[in-house]
Ligand binder design. Structure first.
Ligand SMILES: [Zn+2]
Length: 433
């Protein structure tokens, strides 16, 4: 077998709002090695209701039931739903399991031993526990979302709540499907390099808490958010009104009603004079729920594994949905920046949202198209996305972000799964080598 890949292809599946990429290296003598990077969706494409099942079947076939590695960049539904197993044993995750990956790579925050391992740093344990608290909040939000009358608002709450729900079957499958599991952080010496001859794989993120103070700062912010939620819930409960959602799951800290002798009403029996107040209280509560679930969304995005593949003079960058707090650790290092400069293929972070392609990173890329240059050697950018699912154009939060897409189209060879919207194709292939 040759020591270096002779071909390299990236297969991008049309999973809707989610990611699913199969990276295939071809060696001499027809041997192939496959790495699956993420497999999930929160909304299927309209014309492909069974896309996860179809994609899994395709992966099984094209890999001839053998994956060298599976990478689950972070635990969001739109990145791991496809790893879900079914009771009948024929779910998409069961098919991927049949490909017996030698290695499964996840971020350090997913390490199931983190809470029990006596040698784990105490702040890592705390971080993990805080994530679990946020998951509980997420579950409550998903359940409550339907109580909010404004449709756009309820949709956002429901989408973010659902995306952040812990997906037990997928998580368990990921923990156990590989011969070896790695829970990685920046500079972790992954075994993937040794499994792919001639390919050097570097882990650029997520940083550990020691490596980056940014995540810690964000944690402090979460606590603040929690505090606001407690305040609102306690305040509303204290006045004797129902907010129409679930009862507070936090202890009421023994607070007594402010007006103990006032008349009491059952939920939905609020007197007419209180309707205005009830509506206001509900709006306030809803606004804070949205803030909270956005915080959790960001925390989880920032646990994304960032991988750089180098082989035969090519560099491919897969950052999951990493946002600036995760990126800042890598971007602070000169030697990492020097490598990133020569990126040949960039998997666009977070489905093309405004917060996942830091300007500093985009400015680093030296192979962007310039005037009069033909396509050879131009940076390739690859996005998996579905418009109209996330954010709003009015406040510049729509995904994919129009401005970013304009730049990607102008300065790179841009590949988007949206190009498959009206076709039967379930994937497109991007030739790298
Ligand atoms: Zn995502």
């Amino acid at each position: 077998m040759a020591l270096e890949p002779e071909t390299a292809t990236l297969r991008s599946y049309h999973v809707g709002f989610g990611d699913c990429f199969l990276l295939t290296f071809g060696y001499g003598g027809g041997e192939k090695k496959h790495v699956l990077i993420d497999f999930g969706t929160t909304q299927n494409p309209e014309n492909k209701p069974d896309i996860l099942q179809e994609a899994a079947a395709n992966i099984l076939e094209v890999t001839d039931r053998k994956l060298t590695a599976v990478v689950a960049t972070h635990r969001h539904k739109d990145h791991i739903e496809g790893f879900r197993t079914s009771n009948a044993g024929d779910g998409p995750g069961d098919l991927i399991r049949q490909c017996e990956p030698d290695l499964v790579i996840q971020p350090w925050t997913e390490d199931p031993d983190l809470e029990t391992d006596a040698t784990a740093p105490p702040d890592h344990k705390q971080f993990r526990l805080a994530m679990r608290d946020l998951e509980d909040v997420s579950r409550a939000i998903y359940r409550d979302a339907k109580h909010f009358a404004e449709p756009g608002f309820a949709d956002q709450l429901s989408f973010l709540g659902e995306n952040n729900l812990p997906n037990v079957k997928a998580v368990r499958n990921l923990q156990t499907m590989g011969k070896k599991a790695e829970y990685v952080y920046a500079n972790y010496p992954t075994a993937l390099s040794g499994l792919l001859p001639g390919v050097q794989v570097s882990v650029l993120g997520p940083p550990t808490l020691e490596q980056s103070k940014a995540i810690r700062k964000q944690r402090a912010h979460d606590e603040e958010q929690f505090w606001h939620l407690w305040q609102t819930r306690a305040f509303v409960a204290r006045l004797g009104f129902s907010t129409g959602g679930a009862q507070p799951t936090v202890p009421d800290q023994g607070m007594q009603p402010v007006f103990p002798y006032a008349s009491r009403y059952l939920p939905n029996e609020n007197p007419p004079e209180a309707r205005w107040f009830r509506r206001k209280a509900q709006e306030m509560y809803g606004g804070e729920l949205l803030e909270l679930v956005r915080t959790l969304d960001k925390v989880l995005n920032n646990t994304s594994v960032i991988l750089l593949f180098e082989f035969a003079g090519k560099r491919l960058l897969f950052p999951g949905d990493a946002q600036i707090e995760n990126w800042s650790y890598a971007l602070d290092q000169e030697d990492v920046c020097a490598k990133l400069k020569d990126t040949d293929l960039y998997k666009v972070g977070h489905h093309g949202s405004l917060n996942a392609t830091p300007k500093d990173l985009w400015e680093l890329f030296a192979h962007k198209r310039h005037d009069g240059q033909d396509s050879g050697g131009v940076l390739k950018t690859v996005v998996s996305t579905l418009a109209g699912k996330h954010g709003h154009p009015e406040d510049g939060t729509e995904v994919p972000r129009t401005k970013l897409v304009a730049d990607l189209t102008k300065f790179s060879d841009y590949y988007t799964t949206q190009a498959m919207e009206s076709s039967e194709d379930i994937f497109h292939d991007i030739q790298i080598l």
